[in-house]
Design a protein around this ligand. Structure first.
Ligand SMILES: Nc1ncnc2c1ncn2[C@@H]1O[C@H](COP(=O)(O)OP(=O)(O)O)[C@@H](O)[C@H]1O
Ligand SMILES: [Mg+2]
Length: 354
């Protein structure tokens, strides 16, 4: 029995032939942080970091969550991991064994399952690895903690995982300080994927690295998605980073999704002024395209005190009276293309050829 378990654990999941199904269903997710003041710690307001978000993610898919810093992306990721409780709404994860877990209310056994099925890759490859553990122990740890492998089975599995992320197993007795930023991120990826998770939340996984190394890490993640049949929620403040790695993009602004569509449509036919502004800051070699729009002026709105009406209205050059009064709803303008703008049909926005 133990032997069988060990053998199973040393085999990396190979379920690429599996039929696609929903693995993540987020419905009306809100995460509000109380602002407390004074001696009696009275709640004087709320930071509405995530304010009513709904989306799905299919098995094998990469959905990018994009928006300026402070828009609530990391908070969405932490709620999916079960690390923060939602103020409202639900998050359901469907595991490989087809169990449905409510990540917002997981505890005991279901929290343990959630920790196996959903993994996280952080931005900072220096802070996220324990400096006192060898590479072997870092990657082996999740398997040991969950009792999934030991002895030779454990060693084989760690070596296989290291090879998959492009690291030589000969280096596995070394400590993280011996490695470059890019290599450390490979170690972090090996640890995140070693248990064959259903979903990986990758929070700016390449942003802290040199530009030349960024592409290697993105290519590696892309490659492993197909090999290990894993899905990614890929968080980035930079649209150009997600252009080639994601099938769909959800653009966030002050805790809400303002546009969500297949990646091609987001780039070639954006329907929200905020998306267009993000696209215009993507570098392009073609001078004819450089004039195609302007970055948004001003600062991201304060999620503790967002503007009345459309949250973007003080920064939006298309804003009209209605935008300063009524919050726009997220509407499906074309199949699978959602936009939160009163005037989406009337605006003549330009994208970039894809
Ligand atoms: N634990 C917390 N307590 C209070 N406010 C928080 C907390 N975590 C995040 N915030 C606030 O929530 C908003 C969204 O933050 P975050 O999710 O980190 O955005 P992003 O990842 O898009 O930069 C920010 O205004 C941030 O200051
Ligand atoms: Mg963040």
């Amino acid at each position: 029995m133990v032997l069988e378990q060990e053998r199973a654990a040393t085999q990396l999941p190979n379920r690429a032939d599996e039929r696609p199904h929903e693995i993540l269903e987020v419905r009306g997710l809100k995460v509000h942080f109380p602002i407390v003041r004074g001696l009696f710690r009275r709640t004087v307001g709320y930071v509405r970091a995530v304010d009513g978000i709904t989306f799905d993610l299919e098995s094998g898919e990469t959905l990018a969550l994009v928006g300026e810093s402070g828009s609530g992306k990391t908070t969405v990721g932490r709620a999916i991991l079960g690390a923060i409780r939602p103020t409202d709404g639900t998050i359901f994860i469907t595991t490989r064994a087809r169990d449905r877990i409510d990540a917002g209310r997981a505890n005991g056994e279901s929290l343990k399952t959630l920790r196996r099925e959903v993994q996280f890759i952080f931005q900072d490859p220096y802070g996220s690895l324990n400096p006192r553990m060898t590479v072997f122990d870092i990657v082996a740890d999740p398997l040991r903690v969950n009792g999934l492998a030991r002895g030779n089975g454990l060693r084989d599995r760690v070596e296989e995982m290291l090879r998959l992320v492009g690291l030589s197993p000969e280096l596995m007795r070394r400590y993280p300080h011996a490695f470059s930023g890019g290599q450390r991120q490979r170690i972090a990826i090996a640890r995140a994927l070693v248990m064959g998770p259903t979903l990986v939340v990758a929070d700016e996984p390449a942003s802290a690295l040199d530009v030349s190394v960024q592409a290697q890490i993105l290519n590696l993640l892309q490659d492993l998605r197909a090999k290990l049949a894993v899905s990614y929620l890929f968080i980035s403040h930079d649209l150009s980073v997600v252009q080639y790695i994601s099938q769909r993009i959800a653009v966030m602004y002050v805790g809400q999704i303002v546009e969500m569509a297949p990646t091609k449509s987001v780039f070639s036919a954006p329907r929200h002024p905020y998306t267009q502004a993000l696209i215009s800051s993507v570098p392009t070699p073609d001078p004819a395209l450089r004039s195609r729009g302007q970055p948004m002026p001003g600062e991201v709105a304060d999620p503790a005190n967002p503007p009345v009406g459309c949250h973007l209205n003080p920064r939006c050059r298309y804003a009209q009276d209605l935008c300063r009064k009524e919050p726009p709803a997220l509407r499906e303008l074309a199949p699978g293309h959602f936009v939160r703008c009163h005037f989406a049909e009337e605006l003549d926005l330009t994208g970039v050829p894809t």
